[in-house]
Design a protein around this ligand. Structure first.
Ligand code: TMP
Length: 205
């Protein structure tokens, strides 16, 4: 089958995803893989416009279902325009967040439940990650790590919301153990990077 490899990174705000994504991408490129890096919400011109609407702190009265549908809309565009074509060309796609973020943040955090999975069935159109790396960090530690920077609309949500998101991620990890690799994100950058490299290496062989 002429298909690449699809890796997603997940975790709460402040869990250190961006750093680990960059390290893994560099390692895979050094090993000769053709890697495409993208992010959610965003990654295409249309999806980045949707991102601005979703994360703008001025949109404080956004309805929860509107939020879930906008994330799904940004995702549908990214899947069809970038992820599917890249996988068909045999590339490795690394995506900073994907559908599990919607299940955790909108399904568990906002309390929208199963509706989020249903909406996203259409958005991902069968294109699910081969591997999801979940960086697990207590939300209180995550929020203290991002304390110094400006917060977007989702980061501004309450501690209770972020705790529900975290619990949602743990449920997803238990539900899909063959796809989701949970990693303790409280260690050093090097320790976490080693663990990711080891697990990705073993799976991609
Ligand atoms: P980022 O800070 O990792 O770029 O993600 C933007 C914010 O959007 C982050 O707080 C998580 C949130 N988010 C959702 O609530 N649902 C989603 O489906 C995605 C992709 C992100």
């Amino acid at each position: 089958m002429n298909r690449g490899y699809f890796i997603t990174f997940e975790g709460g705000d402040g869990s250190g995803k961006s750093t680990q994504i960059r390290i893994l991408m560099d390692r895979l490129r050094e090993s000769g893989y053709d890697v495409v890096l993208t992010r959610e919400p965003g990654g295409t011109e249309i999806s980045e416009k949707i991102r601005e609407i979703i994360l703008d702190p001025a949109n404080s009265d956004m309805d929860d279902m509107t939020e879930a549908l906008l994330y799904a809309a940004a995702r549908a565009q990214l899947v069809s325009q970038l992820i599917k074509p890249a996988l068909e060309e045999g590339k490795v796609v690394i995506c900073d967040r994907f559908v599990d973020s919607s299940i955790a943040y909108q399904g568990f955090g906002r309390g929208l439940g199963d509706a989020v999975g249903v909406i996203n069935t259409y958005a991902v159109d069968g294109c699910m990650p081969d591997l999801t790396i979940l960086l697990k960090l207590d939300p209180a530690r995550g929020s203290s790590r991002i304390a110094g920077r400006e917060h977007d609309r989702i980061e501004q949500a309450s501690d209770g919301f972020h705790r529900k998101v975290y619990e949602g991620y743990l449920e997803l990890e238990a539900k899909y153990p063959e796809r989701i690799l949970g990693i303790d994100a409280s260690g050093t950058i090097e320790e976490i990077a080693e663990e990711i490299a080891r697990r990705v290496g073993a799976i991609m062989k």
